[in-house]
Design a protein around this ligand. Structure first.
Ligand SMILES: CC(=O)SCCNC(=O)CCNC(=O)[C@H](O)C(C)(C)COP(=O)(O)OP(=O)(O)OC[C@H]1O[C@@H](n2cnc3c(N)ncnc32)[C@H](O)[C@@H]1OP(=O)(O)O
Length: 164
């Protein structure tokens, strides 16, 4: 039901097909998992089809190895009118030792649409439930300001068409 579930967690094993030539899970695969968990969280909250609008501050802190138990958690930290800001983190656990480490984290913005090729549509408002939520919401607001400044810089960056 929209406006009820503000958090989604995926858990699975890192498989041999996920790794790069050095034997570690490649960044593109981790980004795919992040996008999927974020999408599930945003759709669950809004009850609408959602698109990824931005991914900020992605950090690959520690590698993920084949056989690690991967936990991807996406949680809502701010809602605008049609946008949902999510903190996403990826933890990897060595099942043999129980050692658990933060592998990747980022903040994503999803926008709800009234239909897959439609226009942005309003989402239920999320309200912080405790002090940690309030801190995360502040963080999301600050990131939003920084992203706007960065977006202007990226748009202003000179670029030449790629050569064939
Ligand atoms: C499921 C998938 O992975 S989809 C694949 C990847 N994603 C896409 O293809 C999305 C491509 N982008 C788009 O379609 C459009 O830019 C949209 C739908 C994200 C926004 O459309 P716009 O016409 O700019 O809408 P509008 O200006 O009304 O803004 C709507 C909301 O998006 C937010 N928004 C727009 N661009 C961005 C951005 N780059 N970063 C963060 N938020 C953004 C706005 O702040 C606004 O939020 P609010 O309603 O809470 O205030």
């Amino acid at each position: 039901m929209p406006g009820q579930q503000s958090e989604v967690t995926f858990r699975f094993l890192a498989e041999p097909t996920d790794v790069n030539f050095g034997g570690k899970v490649h960044g593109g695969m981790v980004m795919k998992w992040i996008d999927q968990a974020g999408y599930a969280c945003a759709v669950g909250w809004s009850g609408a089809y959602c698109v990824t609008a931005s991914v900020s501050g992605i950090q690959f802190v520690k590698p993920i190895l084949i056989g690690d138990l991967v936990t991807v958690r996406a949680r809502l930290i701010h809602t605008g009118t049609t946008s949902m800001h999510l903190a996403v983190d990826v933890q990897a656990s060595d099942l043999r030792t129980g050692e658990r480490r933060l592998a990747t984290s980022c903040v994503m913005v999803f926008v709800a649409l009234d239909r897959p090729d439609g226009r942005p549509t309003a989402v239920p408002t999320w309200t912080p439930r405790n002090e940690e939520d309030q801190r995360l919401q502040e963080h999301a607001r600050r990131l939003m300001e920084m992203s706007k400044a960065m977006e202007a810089q990226v748009v202003a960056m000179p670029s030449e068409p790629a050569s064939d």
